[in-house]
Ligand binder design. Structure first.
Ligand code: SPM
Length: 271
């Protein structure tokens, strides 16, 4: 029998080949092609328009860092919004905190439906009574909210197509309005090696809105091309306020501190 390979384009000049065990679902939604596959080395994974979003082997690194860094920095997060993240991995991590509610706004209902069916390790938390799932445009959703959230987490795909607006200054301004006083936002901000223009743009946009903007990073091997970055923004960011680490496989207090130690080339990007 022939081996099955999935080829992912990392940059114009790099492709990475992943050996597939099988394809579990393949569906063209109103917005994108959704594939859920099982990789031989990385386990099940979600692919959107040919780009791997997450795999069971290391999704915990990405989702723990996107959720616990802001939620453990905020003194008492009770209301949380996740924009994107229809696979449910970020919501699962948010639920480890003593929160009252978490809203998830995901543009593509088919992503949520297929992840519920094939990736329950991520999507299982979406049935928690504290979770409200909204299918719709995250940008419009945030525009209509005012002083509603302690933390807003942007769990986007790469900045192409509809996700471009999730890296824009206007969106950050709307998030600022949607946050309660003392609120914090965090967002995935791509590779500091291969998306440097984007990180410069994000830095400029965030600094026009928030007093305190910091970046942190982790290695997420699924993203293939090195370190992965996140932004944390607020008005007066403290260090770790709380310490919810129970059930975490990557995040702990030392990782929280260390993740903000940036290599020189990354610091230079932020000047
Ligand atoms: N909840 C998971 C959402 C993932 N968001 C980030 C996806 C980034 C995918 N692009 C990686 C590019 C390098 N292969």
């Amino acid at each position: 029998m022939m081996d099955l390979w999935f080829s992912e384009r990392e940059t114009e000049n790099i492709k990475v080949q992943w050996k597939l065990a099988r394809t579990l679902a393949s569906h063209q939604s109103q917005y994108q092609k959704i594939d859920i596959v099982e990789f031989v080395e990385f386990g099940r994974g979600l692919i959107l328009d040919g780009v791997i979003q997450t795999t069971l082997s290391d999704e915990f690194i990405y989702h723990e860092m996107l959720a616990h860094v802001p939620l453990n920095t905020h003194p008492n997060p009770k209301t949380v919004l996740v924009v994107g993240g229809g696979d449910g991995g970020t919501v699962r991590e948010v639920l480890k905190h003593n929160i009252d509610s978490v809203d998830l706004v995901e543009i593509d209902g088919d992503v949520v439906r297929l992840c519920r069916e094939f990736l329950p390790e991520l999507a299982g938390g979406l049935d928690d009574p504290r979770v409200r799932v909204h299918i719709g445009d995250g940008i419009e959703y945030v525009r209509k909210r005012e002083a509603a959230y302690d933390c807003v987490l942007v769990d986007s795909s790469d900045p192409v197509g509809p996700a471009v607006g999730l890296f824009a200054r206007e969106f950050y301004s709307d998030i600022f309005r949607a946050l309660k006083p003392g609120g914090l936002m965090a967002a995935q901000t791509e590779s500091p090696l291969f998306n440097q223009d984007l990180i410069r743009q994000v830095t400029k946009g965030l600094r026009q809105i928030f007093q305190d903007v910091r970046f942190y990073w982790a290695n997420v091997p699924t993203y293939s091309i090195g370190p992965w970055s996140f932004a944390l923004a607020g008005q007066n960011i403290k260090g770790v306020n709380m310490s919810v680490t129970s059930g975490c496989r990557y995040y702990n207090d030392a990782i929280h501190q260390g993740a903000f130690m940036l290599p020189a080339y990354f610091q230079d990007l932020l000047k």
